[in-house]
Design a protein around this ligand. Structure first.
Ligand SMILES: NC(=O)c1ccc[n+]([C@@H]2O[C@H](COP(=O)([O-])OP(=O)(O)OC[C@H]3O[C@@H](n4cnc5c(N)ncnc54)[C@H](OP(=O)(O)O)[C@@H]3O)[C@@H](O)[C@H]2O)c1
Length: 310
């Protein structure tokens, strides 16, 4: 494996971005001795904390995207886009992407890291965030024209956040899902997404392994159903197993349709969970990035629930 790559993370102070940076500057320092973080505020505690760990900070100016990215992306091998979907203006997203793809970097990670929305079945009423993600992915691949590897990582739900929303009331030991409570759902910790990005980047940059990295890949840190989570909570807290109420999948879908794309993304995600479209257990690149678990131990749902509950 070659060493000494340069990587830039746009949105590198965020919920996901800072974990990717943390992993790169600690566990992958040999492979990535230069880690650049783009931020609108290099004086923030998060930015300074990442700098103290070894990351370089670069100013990101939304009013001058090209200019501010010019130095930060100069000579980089990899650009990771971890900007938020909901709050970043589309014009900024497009400029970041265009600059990244023309920067000379050989690998560009799209800001995906969630639902595999390619299989969404919401004709005429899909959530606009996913429509934008699809548009950006298509634009990136067209612009790259085979010269830059464009990678979309679909990682299921963030393990750290998901059991606080989407129908898991851990405090009251009650649960509500859409569809079957036995339906399995993929969750991945943000640190494991960081490790995945590092591994995929190294594989993509090595001419001998580059072809192993697809343009759209799934990972699944841990795959559990509502029933599994309910049982784990009961074990950890020493309680009776809690009640799970289930909403009718088709009614929920009809409600989404009636709202014409205006429903919250969480309402959509609950339907996708019920449809089995977040069960990434059968089709993922876990073995490619972490063969037989030899690189790290994926954080499990049980690990996360213990952290949250104890
Ligand atoms: N699978 C899941 O459960 C899940 C959950 C959440 C997000 N995601 C996905 O993960 C990716 C990253 O999301 P995130 O939640 O980690 O992002 P985030 O924390 O909301 O934001 C990341 C960083 O982007 C910068 N930023 C925020 N708003 C901006 C704006 N309007 N213009 C420019 N920069 C801005 C901020 O850095 P500075 O202030 O330092 O500039 C922020 O720290 C997205 O693709 C999102 O869809 C997935």
């Amino acid at each position: 494996m070659s060493t000494g790559y340069r990587v830039a993370i746009v949105g590198g102070t965020g919920r996901l971005g800072k974990q990717i940076v943390d992993i790169l500057v600690s566990e992958y320092r040999t492979q990535f001795p230069i880690v650049r973080v783009l931020t609108r505020d290099p004086t923030s505690d998060t930015a300074r904390n990442l700098q103290a760990k070894g990351a370089e900070l670069h100013m990101f100016d939304e009013a001058n995207v090209d200019g501010s990215l010019a130095t930060a992306l100069s000579g980089v091998d990899v650009v990771v886009n971890a900007l938020p979907s909901a709050t970043t203006p589309l014009s900024v997203k497009k400029q970041v992407q265009t600059t990244a793809i023309t920067s000379g970097a050989r690998v560009y990670f799209l800001s995906e890291f969630g639902v595999d929305h390619r299989q969404n079945d919401f004709p005429g009423y899909d959530h606009h965030e996913w429509a934008v993600k699809r548009e950006l992915a298509e634009d990136a691949r067209t612009r790259a024209a085979g010269n830059v590897k464009i990678v979309a990582v679909y990682s299921g739900l963030f393990l750290e956040g998901a059991f606080r929303v989407t129908g898991y009331d851990l405090e009251n030991n009650t649960y509500s899902c859409v569809g079957s409570p036995a339906q399995r759902i993929a969750f991945t910790s943000t640190a494991d997404i960081g490790r995945t990005v590092a591994e995929l980047a190294c594989l993509a940059l090595d001419s001998e392994t580059a072809s192993h990295v697809g343009g759209a890949v799934r990972i699944a840190g841990t795959v559990v159903s509502y029933e599994h989570v309910r049982d784990m909570v009961a074990k950890i807290k020493g309680l009776e197993r809690g009640a799970i109420s289930t909403g009718d999948l088709w009614n929920k879908k009809r409600e989404l349709q009636e709202q014409g794309g205006q429903a919250s993304v969480l309402d959509y995600i609950r339907v996708l969970m019920g449809e089995g479209k977040l069960d990434f257990s059968g089709d993922n690149v876990n073995e490619l990035v972490n063969p037989r678990g030899t690189r790290w131990r994926w954080k499990s749902a049980y690990d996360q629930l213990e952290t949250q509950l104890l």
